[in-house]
Design a protein around this ligand. Structure first.
Ligand SMILES: Nc1ncnc2c1ncn2[C@@H]1O[C@H](COP(=O)(O)OP(=O)(O)OP(=O)(O)O)[C@@H](O)[C@H]1O
Length: 264
């Protein structure tokens, strides 16, 4: 199966040499989802930032990251810009991190398309509207004209998914993409992500602390604690019979909250 991206002993260190990510290795394959699971501060976001070439100033990356066989350390700034957005895209927890508040949704999508592809304004608009339909927004023609502040949280999350997928990337990173949503909207967005990534044969890196979401979406799982991947393998195995004490605790806690919901 085609490997889209690979990390070999990926590390991130601060100025004092303290390792914030301490040597992670994983592969992302076409059509498959890897869940990166872990508590707050375990190094998930820094792993994602390293993969996008956007580590904060003062932090240094070690190890090797390959994207479609190319070492990303060799990419120029311009090549990185081509890769980000076009081949790797990201959905954040909060749409406001990605959507401009003062530009109508349709123009944001159209501008993104035209910054990467030689399309007329009209062609870009048509594709943008079709994409809004694909993320199951009920009135795409109307949403095209609206500003993010006029849409609900769930609708904005759908717009952000449309932005992330419109250039047909090979790798989609979802960083706690459903954590800020209510339970029903979360379930709908999780279904949508599953359907669209499978249909496109896309690879997905799902960053989450939610084991239910991971269990539903992921083929593989890697559990992080204090910068280290402590357990990784098929998601069904990691979540079904965890070996590491920390993963066992996570699974127990998830079962308890699931039971609490069921007993309501
Ligand atoms: N710019 C930075 N400079 C120094 N340390 C940082 C920086 N960014 C993050 N860290 C530290 O690196 C560690 C890993 O942070 P990271 O944001 O990757 O965790 P996370 O697993 O994504 O947590 P969360 O789920 O809360 O986002 C934490 O100890 C954090 O304090």
């Amino acid at each position: 199966m085609t490997v889209i991206s690979e990390a070999h002993q990926l590390s991130v260190a601060d100025r004092s040499g303290r390792l914030l990510v301490a040597g992670s290795s994983f592969s992302l394959r076409a059509g498959k989802t890897l869940a990166l699971i872990g508590e707050s501060g375990s190094g998930k976001t820094l792993t994602v930032k390293a993969m996008l070439g956007i580590l904060p100033y003062g932090l240094a990356m070690g190890g090797e990251l390959l994207f479609r066989g190319r070492n990303t350390a060799m990419l120029s700034k311009q090549e990185w810009r081509q890769v980000r957005g076009r081949q790797i895209s990201i959905i954040f927890q909060h749409p406001e991190q990605a959507l401009h508040p003062a530009i109508p949704v349709g123009r944001q999508l159209g501008d993104l398309l035209r910054s990467h592809l030689p399309l007329t304004r009209l062609e870009a608009e048509r594709r943008a509207q079709a994409m809004l339909g694909k993320v199951e927004l009920k009135a795409p023609a109307l949403v095209m004209k609206q500003y993010p502040s006029e849409l609900s949280g769930g609708m904005n999350q759908r717009v952000m998914i449309a932005m992330a997928l419109i250039l047909e990337p090979q790798l989609l990173i979802a960083d706690e993409a459903t954590s800020a949503l209510d339970m029903i909207t979360q379930a709908q967005i999780v279904d949508l992500l599953r359907e669209l990534t499978r249909e496109a044969g896309m690879s997905m890196l799902l960053v989450t602390h939610d084991l239910l979401v991971a269990g539903y979406l992921a083929d593989e799982a890697a559990v992080m604690q204090q910068g280290l991947i402590i357990e990784q393998g098929p998601a069904s195995q990691i979540l079904g019979s965890p070996q590491h004490a920390y993963t066992q605790q996570l699974v127990e806690a998830a079962k308890r909250s699931h039971l609490a919901v069921r007993s309501m």
